[in-house]
Design a protein around this ligand. Structure first.
Ligand code: ATP
Ligand code: MG
Length: 371
């Protein structure tokens, strides 16, 4: 699939911009703070209904440049609303996604207002690679769960439904744990929440196990290619929540501790996955370069898994790509990727011998072709 056109209105530092893309490689280059990542963010917003760098939607609405006098008078700095509209083409259909952000966020799929943001999913499929993704391996387990949630959520709307329900129940359970401690409420009532947590949790765990397996099937070969057969990589999902009875038992065993702490200390919200290179944990023993290549392999595996699932390639977004790899590796990498629309941002103009390549310069919220 590929994105044909992006329209931005009062989005971040863009006032009004229409960007046409091709189905091959699209490069956005420019100096720092010009609006390159903002384009990636706009695409992500249309694919997943939210930003990957803020949870406050209003930040995406263009701020007006205020005069000192206006600043002194505390004039409202926001314009009224931001809009992103994307025309895309899939093998079997074309379509449009539009998101408007004002005091609330609304999504339109082919002109029809979506009742829920989750209706957006499965229209525009993306795989994104940003410098922050190194956190998937180096950071805490919440980064790895987010990786899985974004991957699976795009493909299985039911997964988002399960996650939302799980979060709600978890919140209620945690609130009740505090009430047991502070107000002496009966402990047995926790059973109700435990039952539901286990119900949703085991289903989430099943999806994650299935997708880790799919990634695993791609990862070995991808990583061998990247490292010229020098390294063997492994991935393993770590959870205690596969089995309902076991999950219930764990919650019960932890009950006293959970009441003291006031939160639920076990469950799929604590799950993780581990990656090893040649039998050693990357997290503990990996070099900087190994971390980077492992994340790249993980992302390429994600691309392959999503392609299998939807029957065509998703759009690949590479933010600040050159900061991760040198020119030669970028060349090798892009040569290997065929039949995928790639949208790259970088600070230096990339020279590539490819037919389908569009190059744009990004300068202070303005996009100029072929400079
Ligand atoms: N709501 C907003 N209104 C106006 N300008 C904004 C808004 N949000 C961000 N910006 C501006 O957008 C610019 C940052 O855009 P972006 O993150 O896309 O930069 P970039 O080109 O990717 O830079 P880098 O190379 O450093 O990653 C900054 O100048 C910032 O002030
Ligand atoms: Mg950037």
């Amino acid at each position: 699939m590929w994105i044909k056109e992006i329209k931005l209105n009062n989005f971040r530092n863009y006032e009004k911009e229409t960007i046409e893309l091709n189905d091959g490689i699209n490069v956005f280059y420019g100096e720092n703070a010009q609006g390159k990542t903002n384009i990636i963010e706009a695409i992500y917003l249309c694919a997943l209904g939210k930003s990957f760098r803020t949870s406050r939607d209003s930040e995406m609405i263009k701020l007006n440049d205020l005069s000192t006098e206006e600043q002194n008078n505390m004039v409202k700095a926001y314009t009224n609303s931001a809009t992103v509209s994307i025309d895309f083409q899939r093998v079997d259909r074309d379509g449009n996604i539009k998101i408007t952000i004002s005091n609330k966020k609304q999504a339109f799929v082919n002109g029809v207002k979506a009742k829920k943001l989750s209706e957006l999913l499965s229209n525009l499929n993306i795989v994104i690679f940003t410098p922050d993704d190194i956190r998937i391996l180096k950071g805490g387990p919440e980064n790895r769960r987010k990786f899985l949630n974004v991957l699976i959520g795009q493909l299985k709307p039911n997964y988002i439904f399960l996650l939302n329900n799980y979060s709600k129940i978890l919140e209620q359970r945690n609130k009740y744990l505090k009430q047991i401690k502070e107000e002496g409420k009966p402990e047995e009532m926790l059973e109700i929440w435990d039952e539901k947590l286990v119900e949703y949790g085991t289903q989430i765990c099943k999806y994650r196990t299935e997708f880790i397996e799919k990634i695993k099937n791609k990862l070995g070969k991808v990583h061998e290619e990247i490292t010229d057969n020098r390294e063997k990589i492994e991935i393993k999902y770590i959870s205690e929540c596969h089995d309902k009875e076991n999950y219930k038992k764990i919650l019960k065993n932890r009950r006293k501790l959970d009441i003291i702490r006031g939160y639920t200390s076990k469950g799929i919200h604590r799950d993780d996955f581990k990656m090893n290179i040649d039998g050693k944990s990357i997290e503990a023993y990996g070099s900087q370069g190994q971390h980077r290549t492992a994340v790249l392999s993980l992302k390429l595996s994600e691309l392959a898994v999503v392609s299998d699932e939807i029957g065509e390639a998703p759009v690949l977004l590479l933010d600040d790509f050159m900061s991760e790899l040198d020119q030669q590796r970028v060349h090798n990498f892009l040569k290997k990727i065929e039949g995928v629309q790639v949208i790259i941002t970088c600070t230096e103009k990339i020279k590539l011998e490819k037919n389908k390549i569009l190059i744009y310069n990004v300068n202070d919220g303005k996009i100029n072709k072929n400079i």
